[in-house]
Design a protein. Structure first.
Length: 617
């Protein structure tokens, strides 16, 4: 009954929420603003609401809407109300189109561009600024945009996008890839091709095609990269001159490349074209900064007409190049000219202010033409070398067969030598280990006083030596971990039979590549002798084998809790202990035996991580 009283209230609240949502929708999809209000101002402070704002259409190109204007302009845009005030929203413009653009939301600055606008807009980056949750407020939200620029440089404000961060960021990223990353990659590519062509020309200066094409590619790629990384520089006449060279510096070399393809290259043409470029770039110095726009437009139109003429000549006269090479060069020149026409129209204001400049995309087209010319130059050389290659390949094949036969004989000799060396090593191991054990067993048997247990022990020693000799065939050089694991496996049953618990604390050992199979066998015998002594003499109940690693060596420790002995009295006696020390010396290590009556025995085998200096070579 109590719940039934509240359902009318729940319905009423839901209706209010729906109504509020209908009046203030969530701005999840981007909204494009093509209208705003504008106010000319000399102040960087937000103008008051009652200022004489005038409606304008976006994009607003100052060259068309307010010719000759230079300074600060304010734009005001009323954002639609939203209930998603805690979400992140972004404001996005397609390109950084002024010296400075700042964004204010409800009187608070939320973003600003960081670097001046390149005059020719080759690498204008798109811009987006975020409004963190809580910046927006329910009801009225006003976006003010400060733009500082010059109408003669085609500054202004593109259309403004506003909405949720996800789709706006996707728009920004797409524009950034298309208008920044792709032109940069093209500039790197064409610069590399240009340098390659100039390198070819430096080896063969009788062919000017590589000179002109490589110079054109270099003058397209290098200025574009400098323009992006360094920027247009400080404002003034110097920047105007630099911008003119950035834009048209490659045109004379490109025209000379086409004239050479058409076989109409003459003396004086290069001087005329470079002189035209020099006069155009020097015009702002002579006529002042206000002449930049007129000079840029005139110089662009002149070079465009020249390139169109060169393009026509290439189509009509192919020179010595084959048809497909001529077609590629002609198509490349046509594409470069088309890009230039587009950007000239963009500069003059004949097409949309938001359009992307295409001159930067001339780089891959020019690289394609350059590659075609390089192929053309080398086709004949490749053909002339074909017959020589056939003869040379036959000679190489004969010599290769002879070398292969010799190598096969040498490989057989190496294998035979390796087998002989392995037999000698096995014989030496058997002589030193198994042979000594058998000799000792024989001497015990010949005395006719040997106890069966003693004979059994001697036989076990001989078997252990035989097993070690066999195991050493499978142990890889430098693999000390496998060598020690073999000892653990071989001695497990003997230790268990003697009632001795084994503590094994060796899990990882670095490879010691300087240890040969013979060295590893010596180390096995040292550990085996220490464990055997613990079984036979120590009367121990436990024995441990562990590893201690240092910066330049490792140490293998074998300890037992047996009755011990006087180590000082055993220094010069006992074949077992002296044999252990000898084997440690042979491996390049040292052996230390510590023991005292009633305190057990500790054997420490120290091995260097690097081979001794005497063994290096």
């Amino acid at each position: 009954m109590k719940r039934a009283r509240f359902w009318p209230l729940a319905v009423l609240l839901a209706a209010v929420a729906l109504a509020a949502g209908a009046q203030a929708p969530d701005i999840t999809q981007p909204i494009v603003f093509e209208r705003a209000e504008f106010l000319e101002s000399r102040s960087s402070r937000i103008p008051p609401e009652d200022a004489p704002w005038k409606p304008v259409r976006l994009p607003d190109n100052w060259h068309e809407s307010r010719p000759g204007y230079s300074g600060i302009g304010w734009y005001r845009i009323e954002l639609p109300p939203t209930t998603a005030t805690r979400r992140v929203h972004l404001v996005h413009v397609s390109r950084d189109s002024a010296d400075l653009i700042r964004f204010f939301l409800n009187g608070h600055i939320v973003g600003s561009t960081q670097r001046p606008d390149p005059s020719l807009r080759l690498y204008q980056q798109p811009y987006a600024t975020g409004m963190m949750g809580g910046t927006l407020r329910e009801g009225k939200n006003t976006l003010h945009i400060l733009v500082e620029g010059h109408s003669n440089l085609r500054h202004g404000l593109p259309r403004v996008w506003f909405g949720d961060s996800v789709p706006i960021r996707a728009m920004w990223l797409e524009r950034y890839r298309l208008h920044v990353l792709l032109p940069m990659g093209c500039a790197f590519a064409v610069l590399a091709m240009g340098l390659i062509a100039l390198a070819f020309w430096s080896r063969n200066r009788r062919d000017p095609q590589f000179l002109w094409t490589g110079l054109a590619a270099t003058l397209i790629g290098a200025p574009a990269l400098l323009h992006f990384f360094i920027g247009p520089g400080a404002s003034g006449v110097g920047r105007d001159v630099l911008q003119l060279f950035y834009a048209y510096g490659a045109a004379p070399a490109l025209a000379m490349s086409g004239l050479h393809v058409a076989r109409v290259e003459r003396r004086g043409q290069a001087w005329l074209l470079w002189g035209l470029l020099a006069v155009g770039c020097a015009a702002p110095l002579l006529l002042g900064p206000l002449a930049f726009v007129r000079v840029s437009s005139a110089l662009g139109a002149v070079f465009l007409l020249i390139l169109v003429g060169v393009f026509t000549l290439v189509l009509l006269r192919g020179g010595q190049h084959t048809g497909w090479i001529r077609g590629i060069v002609a198509a490349s020149l046509a594409a470069v000219i088309a890009f230039a026409v587009h950007d000239l129209a963009l500069w003059m204001g004949w097409i949309g202010f938001d359009r992307i400049a295409l001159s930067a995309f001339s780089a891959p087209v020019l690289a394609l033409a350059l590659g075609a010319l390089v192929i053309s130059r080398h086709l004949e050389a490749v053909g002339s070398l074909a017959n020589a290659n056939v003869t040379l390949e036959q000679r190489v094949a004969d010599r290769t067969a002879e070398i292969e036969r010799t190598h096969k004989q040498l490989r057989g000799l190496e294998q035979e030598r390796a087998r002989v060396a392995e037999r000698q090593r096995i014989m030496a191991d058997i002589h030193d280990g198994l042979g000594a054990s058998l000799v000792s067993l024989l001497s015990v048997v010949q005395t006719r006083r040997a106890e069966p247990a003693e004979v059994e022990h001697r036989v076990h020693e001989a078997l252990q030596e035989l097993r070690l000799a066999v195991d050493s065939q499978d142990t890889l050089e430098g693999d000390l971990l496998t060598a020690l694991a073999t000892i653990r496996f071989r001695m497990r049953d003997a230790l268990e039979a003697a009632g001795i618990a084994l503590e094994w604390d060796i899990t990882d050992i670095p490879r010691l590549d300087h240890l040969s199979s013979r060295n590893l066998l010596g180390i096995q015998r040292i550990v085996l002798e220490a464990l055997t002594n613990a079984i036979r003499h120590a009367q121990a109940s436990s024995v441990s084998v562990s590893l201690v690693a240092a910066a330049d060596h490792i140490a293998v420790l074998i300890s037992d809790n047996g009755r011990g002995f006087d180590a000082a009295a055993q220094v010069h006696v006992g074949r077992g202990l002296s044999g252990m020390r000898r084997r440690a010396t042979e491996t390049g290590g040292t052996l230390r035996i510590e023991s005292a009556a009633g305190r057990g025995t500790r054997v420490t085998l120290t091995l260097p991580l690097q081979p001794p200096a005497s063994n290096r070579g």
